[in-house]
Design a protein around this ligand. Structure first.
Ligand SMILES: CSC[C@H]1O[C@H](OP(=O)(O)O)[C@H](O)[C@@H]1O
Length: 355
């Protein structure tokens, strides 16, 4: 699989997801401001991928710094972190990753570590997060595969695949793992307007792996569910509140309600870094509002009349009651989620985000 992003001596190399599926081109970010632009412009997107991208942004920012003292470097780290944190508001992985890099820096600075050693350690930390992300996706796959039908059609919304992570994917990672274990799965991929993550990215990466994929318009899932043509739904997540309410790509909530209506299991696959214990419920999750031109234009061609008002929220929130299970790298969570999430957090003894 073509890498979503890659650390190179010259900078961070990103597969340009705005150009897929017709062009496989790359953008090399040689400083942290360019990494911020790549995240904001969705050249790289997907909660885990933008988290690791931000971590690499911190690492490259510190690496390129000419600060001659720790106090000066500490001030620069604060500016770098703020710049990256301001790129997109919903995916908590972004803030979790930046905080992990700041914690690493602060511990090294507190120990009066020489600046060259700090630079090397932050690069190592960001690259370790990259490897951890791929490992977590494969663990999610192993935990979730058995939940998918032995033979049947699975609907997914947006792209929660290798292109939304450092590789293998969350929701698509579970599909990949099921196929690797002999399940015969056809995928229905919602096109997912306006950025078309499903039509352009999910279809591209699943066909790359020879997994049969059908692209649907975003208004088709209900009819296909009513006809009995969908046996399960699996999606990713951008932020999971402490009670299990889940923010994901706009349109996810509609699919979840339809799945509940038709008795179809609805699964969320996400790493622990997507769980935000500091956010009690879904109504508190900030929802990114993106440019109207993403809706009014397609391939540069205007499709709506001048003067029409436009809505373009990038995410919506699915209440926990619509979620059958949440698949993580440490196992499968079931309702009541406030209890199961807290228990897993305690067991993991992990620094779940406090963003
Ligand atoms: C593996 S999480 C992917 C998650 O992120 C996507 O949002 P975006 O493409 O705007 O970054 C979408 O919500 C996916 O489910």
């Amino acid at each position: 699989m073509i890498p979503t992003l890659e650390w190179l001596p010259a900078g961070v190399n990103f597969l340009d997801q705005t150009k897929l599926p017709l062009e496989e081109t790359y953008v090399l970010a040689t400083d942290y401001k360019q990494v911020a632009t790549v995240i904001r412009d969705m050249i790289v997107r997907g909660a885990p991928a933008i988290g690791v991208s931000a971590a690499m942004g911190v690492a490259i920012g510190v690496d390129r710094s000419t600060a001659a003292s720790l106090p000066a470097l500490t001030e620069e780290v604060a500016v770098i972190a703020k710049t990256l944190a301001e790129t997109r508001p919903t995916a908590v992985n972004l803030f979790w990753a930046i905080q992990r890099m700041r914690d690493k820096y602060n511990a090294l600075a507190a120990a009066n570590t020489p600046i060259p050693e700090i630079k090397a350690a932050l690069i190592a930390e960001a690259r370790q997060m990259y490897d951890e992300d791929i490992a977590a996706c494969k663990q999610m796959g192993a935990h979730g595969a058995a939940l998918l039908p032995q033979e049947g059609t699975v609907l997914t919304h947006c792209n929660a695949g290798a292109l939304a992570t450092c590789g293998y994917g969350t929701a698509l990672g579970v599909i990949r793992a099921a196929v690797e274990r002999g399940h015969k799965i056809d995928v229905f991929a919602d096109e997912t307007r306006p950025y078309l993550q499903g039509a352009r990215l999910t279809a591209w990466e699943l066909l790359h792996d020879n997994i049969p994929t059908t692209v649907l318009c975003d208004n088709m899932a209900g009819a296909l569910m009513r006809q009995g043509r969908i046996q399960a739904v699996i999606v990713g997540a951008d932020r999971i509140a402490a009670n299990g309410d889940t923010a994901n790509k706009i349109g996810t909530y509609s699919v979840a309600v339809l799945a509940k209506e038709h008795g179809i299991p609805f699964y969320v696959a996400a790493p622990l870094s997507t769980i935000d214990l500091a956010t009690a419920h879904g109504d508190l999750i900030p929802i990114e509002q993106r440019a109207a031109t993403e809706v009014t234009h397609s391939n540069g061609k205007q499709m709506t009349p001048n003067g029409a008002a436009i809505q373009n929220p990038a995410f919506d929130v699915t209440p926990a009651k619509y979620i059958t299970a949440i698949i993580t790298e440490r196992g499968v969570l079931r309702a009541p989620y406030n209890e199961s999430i807290q228990q897993m957090a305690t067991e993991a003894n992990s620094q779940l985000t406090t963003a």
